[in-house]
Design a protein around this ligand. Structure first.
Ligand code: LLP
Length: 444
């Protein structure tokens, strides 16, 4: 599918949350990778998630280029499909998975298990067995109980590489629900009080496990490099303590993900170049102070690879004027395809696509179609006063933690996903239908 336009197309301004390929056309159209969103909506229906393949690939490549000495693993929880696994794999990234589902899908898509790292605070015995059978590259140990469980399934002749997840006590992240680098939440081992040291001791005592390093994940949507520097100092201190106590220097340090992106024009984002300049330098300095060999750095960005490549397209179903003067535009999706506003109070921007409007702008609550008053997608959006049913609305930065957290609420069905690349669109995932729901029913 191509959109031929005679008039010039305009780029988005600097600081825009839209994919780099986004161009505004003359009739209110917005093109992503040369594909008009209105045309894609007509072809595939709405709500529709459009993924810009080159944006994903470019972002993956930027990580590799910025951090040539590091291993970059895409965090599949942000969004995973076979195409996504292909794109990041072909660009040289590894994969961080946190369930048998993500692991199986990636391996079925042909992703090399050696380049996969398995996370999880509650891995089931089946998940551990599967990971070992597939010979995943690394497993991140998150609880003491997991150590003997893993050890019982491994042998000294071919030990499983593992990392120990620790809590560096660095609070960071956009919402309390995603701050995972501090005590008082379910992940990892506190350094303070000795839990992390004890986990390390137990792993080192298992001949079937090979401890390759430490892991931490501070939180998500972090836009400042500073918290990572503090974490590096604390983890380097622990590496030194491990060397002093056990005589081993661990060769890897995984700083997790959490790199923040822009959701609205002018939002701050994590500066990758700044991260790449300061984090490895700080690691080298800290290791120098402790007389340690510098471990290989691992990073696990999810959102920063996937979010900016995605655009959600909705159709307006009704426009309602509330008694308090508020205007509600209800669309055909909502909290079932994007639970982030309801869960975290996440703020988005939105624009009309597919027709030009010269009407004045006014504040509109863009709400979903679900049976909850809290089903608000975009609060206080600025949209034309002539907004009407049938119009299309597009939301940028939709590539991460929307589809992957989508639900079947109200049996609406999860949206279709299309990839766009060089003027062409192709369907990656079809819309979920009531037949899909019915197909799972096996009794009554
Ligand atoms: N590594 C680990 C161990 C993680 O737990 C996560 C995310 C990542 C890497 C990737 O983080 P990212 O670079 O994508 O921020 N649903 C929330 C985000 C939850 C993140 C969970 N862990 C949201 O929509 O904001």
């Amino acid at each position: 599918m191509t959109t031929a336009l005679a008039a010039p197309l305009t780029r988005q301004p600097a600081g825009s949350p839209w994919p780099a390929s986004a161009r505004s056309g003359p009739h209110g159209e917005l093109l992503i990778a040369g594909v008009g969103l209105a045309e894609a909506a007509d072809r595939f229906g709405t709500p529709l998630y459009v993924l810009d393949e080159q944006e994903v690939r470019d972002r993956a490549r930027s990580y590799r280029a910025a951090l040539p000495g590091a291993e970059v693993l895409y965090a599949a929880k942000a969004f995973l499909s076979s195409a996504m696994a292909d794109w990041v794999g072909q660009e040289g990234l590894g994969l961080d998975v946190c369930s048998a589902g993500e692991l199986r899908l990636a391996v079925a898509a042909g992703f090399p298990p050696q380049r996969i790292l398995l996370h999880g605070n509650a891995k089931s015995p089946e998940e551990l067995r599967l990971a070992l059978r597939l010979r995943v590259g690394r497993i991140v140990v998150d609880s003491l109980a997991e150590i003997p469980r893993l050890a019982a399934l491994t042998v000294a002749e071919s030990p499983q590489p593992v990392l120990v997840r620790v809590l560096p006590e660095v609070p960071a992240g956009h919402h309390e629900g995603v701050r995972t680098g501090v005590a008082g939440q379910k992940f990892g081992f506190p350094i303070e009080g000795g839990d992390a040291a004890e986990a390390v001791r137990r792993v080192l005592g298992q001949p079937g496990l090979r401890l390759t390093g430490l892991h931490c994940h501070l939180g998500s949507q972090i836009t400042d490099v500073e918290p990572y520097l503090t974490a590096v100092d604390r983890l380097a201190g622990l590496l030194a303590a491990i060397r002093d106590r056990h005589g081993v220097e661990l060769p890897e340090l995984d700083l997790g993900g959490g790199h923040g992106v822009r959701y609205r024009p002018g939002d701050p984002e994590l500066d990758l170049a700044d991260f790449a300049r300061r984090v490895p330098a700080r690691l080298a300095a800290a290791c120098g102070r402790h007389g340690l060999a510098v471990p290989r750095l691992l990073v696990e960005p999810g959102r920063a690879v996937a979010a900016p490549a995605g655009v959600a397209v909705y159709r307006v179903l009704t426009v309602k004027h509330g008694s308090d003067g508020r205007v509600f535009a209800a669309v055909d999706g909502g909290m079932s395809d994007n639970p982030r506003p309801a869960l975290y109070g996440a703020r988005y921007t939105v624009r009309l696509v597919g027709r030009a409007s010269a009407a004045a702008l006014r504040e509109v609550e863009v709400v979903g179609r679900h049976c909850e008053a809290g089903d608000v997608l975009v609060r206080g959006a600025l949209l034309p006063t002539d907004l009407r049913p049938g119009d299309l609305l597009a939301v940028p930065a939709a590539g991460a933690y929307q589809l992957s957290m989508a639900s079947g609420y109200n049996l609406v069905g999860r949206p279709a996903v299309a990839a766009v690349d060089r003027g062409r669109a192709r369907l990656l995932i079809r819309r979920e239908s009531v037949e899909d729901f019915r197909a799972r029913e096996v009794g009554r």
